[in-house]
Design a protein around this ligand. Structure first.
Ligand SMILES: Nc1ncnc2c1ncn2[C@@H]1O[C@H](COP(=O)(O)OP(=O)(O)OP(=O)(O)O)[C@@H](O)[C@H]1O
Ligand SMILES: [Mg+2]
Length: 311
């Protein structure tokens, strides 16, 4: 069997629609993902993330190029692929007329999980997703956030080697998100491959071993966080809290052409590309104007890299 969870080679997907110009949603993308990794596909709206996922999930056919999942070609062997994946897509469904618990159990049965095992998992999953009180309620009667929980909870009922999650944290509150992130990490440690898309860069930063940033259907960067951070070496995030905001500080900082700048209350946050000595000299200079209560200087976040790459 293939050593890779995913292999994508020169993938192209063009959407043709009558009366409109064709859209090259994926435009010559190539990448491989090792097993047991948490792989993040990142990019702005319309970058082609969902389209790439749909090809890998056998929901749509590529226009050209190849993609395979655990060595099985998505066009030639779609059933082999489907047997090995579980998917939470952006417009993912739950069975509206079934209760929460029956949704979980039915999904497990569909994936041939033995009954006792399915019951055991349902208990764990309902705890994790705080769905216990909703167990007997029909999904159609749940709020949007809880419906989303049921959709996501389903993939934890089964043991497919690969899990795909498109915009996985949409509609989750922060506590739930944290629990799910921990669980995803455990699953990856047990050898499952997790493929997720997100626009929330801090999530990817925290969770992903391997990141591909795409824009307009093409790869713009690839690597682990460390490698990506090297791409934007010399970008620093600075946060300064003054006792009293120095006069004309915004004009003063604007001269440094900051990548972003925000003033809230007495706190100034900005991100600049400069050498370390210059950044520290700047901070020292500002500190002579008004008393500084708090200083924080850190290396680039994934967000800075993203902004840098999208230019
Ligand atoms: N069924 C479709 N028919 C025509 N064009 C489509 C279709 N689906 C997507 N597109 C177009 O393909 C491009 C990529 O869309 P896609 O949904 O893959 O992006 P995305 O990266 O997932 O964006 P988002 O972050 O908004 O979810 C966009 O320009 C989109 O308008
Ligand atoms: Mg999408």
């Amino acid at each position: 069997m293939s050593g890779f969870a995913l292999q994508v080679e020169n993938l192209v997907k063009v959407y043709e629609s009558r009366g409109r110009a064709p859209v090259r949603a994926v435009d010559g993308l190539s990448f491989e993902v090792k097993r047991g990794q948490i792989f993040g596909l990142l990019g702005p709206n319309g970058a082609g993330k969902t389209t790439t996922l749909k090809v890998l999930n056998t929901l749509i056919r590529p226009t050209s190029g190849r993609a395979s999942v655990l060595g099985y070609d998505v066009v030639a062997q779609p059933l082999e692929v489907r047997r090995r994946i579980s998917v939470v897509i952006q417009e993912s469904a739950a069975e509206l007329f079934l209760s929460t618990l029956d949704n979980l159990l039915t999904f497990a049965r569909f994936h041939s999980v033995p009954v006792a095992e399915a019951n055991r998992r349902a208990e764990k999953v309902m705890d994790l997703f705080h769905l216990r009180e909703e167990a007997a309620r029909k999904v159609q009667d749940l709020s949007g956030g809880f419906r989303r929980r049921v959709q996501v909870a389903k993939v934890f009922m089964v043991n497919t080697p690969i899990v795909f999650m498109d915009e996985f944290s949409t509609g989750m509150d922060p506590i739930l998100k944290r629990a799910v992130m921990n669980y995803l990490r455990e699953e990856a440690a047990r050898g499952r491959t997790i493929v997720l898309t997100t626009q929330i860069l801090s999530e990817a930063e925290e969770l992903c071993d391997d990141i591909l940033i795409m824009n307009k259907g093409k790869q713009v960067a690839r690597g682990d966080l460390h490698a990506l951070k090297l791409l934007s070496e010399g970008v620093y995030d600075v946060s300064l809290t003054f006792e009293k905001l120095p006069a004309a500080i915004e004009q003063h900082l604007a001269a440094l052409a900051p990548r972003r700048m925000r003033v809230t209350g007495n706190t100034v946050e900005f991100s600049v590309k400069a050498d370390e000595a210059r950044v520290l000299a700047l901070v020292a200079e500002l500190a002579t104007r008004e008393r500084v209560l708090r200083v924080e200087v850190s290396g680039a976040s994934l967000e800075d890299i993203f902004v840098e790459l999208m230019k």
